[in-house]
Write a protein that binds this ligand. Sequence first.
Ligand code: KPL
Length: 295
Amino acid sequence: MTEAAPWLILGPGALGRLLACRLDSRMRTVLVGRRASTRPLHLCTPEGKMMRCAIPRVTASQAPRQPAVVHLTTKAHAAEQALASLAAHIDPATPLVLWQNGFRVQEPLTRCWQGQVLCATTTEGAYTQGEDGVVHAGHGHTFIGHLDGRHRDLATQIATVLSRAGLAATPCDDIRQRLWHKLAVNAAINPLVARYRIRNGQLRDRPFRGMVAAIVDELTLIMQAEGIAPPEGGWEAMIWKVIEATATNRASMLQDVLADRPTERDAILGPLLEAAGRHGIAAPRLDALWENTPG
Ligand code: KPL
């Protein structure tokens, strides 16, 4: 990575805008989306401070040809198409960071992209406000690494820049496991709250509590068969901890359903159901979640 080359953020949703605004203080940053704009972005920090960020917002064909790195921040279902639209315009050896939830695009993009590919998983909370705004709702933590534990230096460099920009980040060698842990959390929370249109904390009440427990039982068997080590304290404890910590949240899948947008069902439940099929594990609760969640 050269210092002067810009960082491209591909995907101007909440996460993309958050990264762009935060990184802008540290380096040349360009936000790439379907529409170009000359309007500044506005960031509202968790401390309630408003920041105006004059970041170039361009389409894929207008993107700088030699970026230092591309951060792909679209939702999983849009990732491959967005990257294909940019790939024709940039150096094919550009390093790539994948920020998608679930475990749908990470494996194929890691194998087919010519440059180094890292995956990131984050607990930063953010949502968009209007055409140009992003609210950084809560500080979180980001882990970055290669699926096979390679490219440690690049992961360290990127994590250092993110941390200095106010997004705490750590390079890691176990990103695959971390992605599956987040996938388990999302699978236990998102489809249920989206179906019943409730906030995360309502999962603590009956009858939802029992539904979560039954889903965790299925997840546990699938993860074990896939060789994914359980988190410290076990799956159930991890999932209830997140439910407590995000009790007042409207989960992303609920927001997608309410706004009539495509959901992350395929990226979150798809890999679990495929793994269940591969290992001959019955997963009737996860099957039902799939059936009852719009794609
Ligand atoms: O990541 C989330 C989401 O909304 O997608 C959780 C952890 C469920 C918090 O709402």
